[in-house]
Each structure stands twice: as C-alpha cells, then as structure tokens.
Design a protein around this ligand. Structure first.
Ligand SMILES: [Mn+2]
Length: 265
C-alpha cells in the first residue's frame, strides 16, 4: 500500500461513472492517448483514484475498464470504496441489494451482454471483480521513502494507517458512521477532527461543493455526478484541477441532492 511519488501523482475524487468529465480532466492534466486506448502523461505522472469510480452515473463499465487497464499496466492506482465493494460482491455472485445507483451498473451489464455476448461479459465481470476485491483500503505516498500523504475513500483513523484488516477496510469504505437518522441517511462522525501530525490525508466519498480542508485532511469529492465538479489534487504540487459536471447525472434534485444540502447548510 505504499507508492513513491515518482514524477508526480494526480489524485482523482469520486468519478461515479462520469466518464466524459473524466476524459476532459485527463486532457486538462496533460495526459495523451496512445496505443490501445492507454493514456500516458508525458512527464510520467500517474493517476490515483479514491474509489467509487462506478454507480449513480451513466458510464460505469467504461470507467471501470479504464482503471482495469491502467492499474494492470502500472499507470494508475485505485482504492477500495463502498460502491466498489458492493459491486465486487455482486460480481462475485453474492446476494446483495443493488441500490443508490448500483442498479445502473447491472443495467449496463445487461446491455453489454446483448451487444457482446455472454462469454465476453463473464470474462469482463471476472476481471473487474478481481480488480475491486484486490483494491487496498488506503495508500501511503512516500517521497524518497518518507511518508507524506495518505489516500483513502471515506476516512481513516491515525492508528489504522499502514495496516489492513476487515475493520479498517470498512472504516475506509464508509467513514465513521454512527447509524442512520430517521430519513435513512447515515449519521457521519467527523473522523478528521482527531487527525494529528504532518501526514496529509486525501479523501472523497462525502460530496462537498469545494475541497474541504481540516487538520491536514482534504476532501476532494465535489459531487460531479450530482452536477458539481470532478476534482484532481496534484501532488507534490498541491494544486487543484477541476472539471465542471456536464449535467446532474444522478437523477436527484433539490433536497435529495447531497450537494444542494451542503449549499443549504
Ligand atoms: Mn463513497
């Protein structure tokens, strides 16, 4: 779970199947498409996805296949996440309820199978299942071997950094959830209040209108699927690059839209 910063990392927040916005982001960041659909950065930079690349939005399969290819080729890293874990279990044939936009992934696979046939669909599902099940709960970014930055999906406790077990995986997928409120929304505890020290933590999952910084933590999920924007945090430059959503893809509006709730707050 350690990555040397190398020629630089482009850390991308929750894409949620907004593949068109993601391609615009890659262009803005200077990535060039070369042979067989691979995207390379001329300076050798690499991509890090904070997870939730699929579900809710329109192009889950294309986005997952992008990371399948680029992770296999050593050009990108992808972290475990709540939707990723749900889809992994679904692909594994386990009995899970697909909702909160995960049902859109199943719909896409239905269309994919009609177009490409059962065998090709099963092959792809098996590869994506492995990718998602093997994704780590977090990465530690090092510079000349020194730990500088942690990338995770929904949060992490300081004492979990560098370790991996089921409890830690769940915390990183969902954050510090204290149950559900009477409307069925998760009650989130602010794990970042307890973060101490020099190590910077970059996370997503909880959409906020702008990057949110507290105690050396940065949230870079700006809710592109809800009509917000897709965020990249470049390291070591510590710069943000944004792509505005082409539309609100989520089907949610007004009070159901988490971005709207943030703005109203
Ligand atoms: Mn999430």
């Amino acid at each position: 779970m350690r990555i040397e910063v190398g020629e630089g990392l482009d850390i991308v927040g929750d894409i949620h199947a907004c593949y068109d916005e993601f391609l615009i982001l890659l262009e803005k960041l200077g990535y060039k498409q070369k042979d067989k659909g691979f995207f390379y950065h001329p300076n050798g930079r690499k991509l890090v996805s904070l997870g939730d690349v699929m579900s809710r939005g329109p192009k889950s399969i294309l986005t997952m296949v992008f990371f399948l290819k680029h992770v296999e080729a050593g050009l990108a890293y992808m972290i475990d996440s709540n939707h990723g874990w749900k889809i992994a279990r679904w692909l594994d044939g386990r009995n899970v309820q697909l909702r909160h936009g995960d049902e859109k992934v199943a719909e896409e696979f239905g269309l994919y199978e009609k177009e490409y046939g059962l065998q090709k669909t099963q092959d792809l599902k098996a590869k994506l299942k492995t990718l998602l099940l093997e994704a780590p709960s977090h990465y530690i970014v090092t510079e000349n071997g020194k730990e500088k930055l942690v990338c995770t999906h929904a949060g992490i406790k300081d004492e979990y950094i560098g370790k991996e077990n089921n409890k830690i995986k769940n915390f990183c997928r969902y954050g510090d959830v204290a149950g559900m409120d009477d409307k069925g929304k998760p009650i989130r505890r602010d794990w970042f209040e307890k973060h101490e020290g020099e190590l910077k933590i970059v996370w997503g999952h909880d959409p906020k209108p702008e990057p949110f910084m507290k105690n050396n933590t940065i949230n870079i999920d700006q809710g592109v699927v809800f009509g917000g924007k897709l965020t990249c945090y470049r390291y070591p430059e510590e710069q943000f690059v944004f792509v505005e959503a082409l539309k609100n893809h989520s089907g949610k509006n007004d009070l159901d839209n988490p971005l709207y709730r943030c703005k109203a707050d």
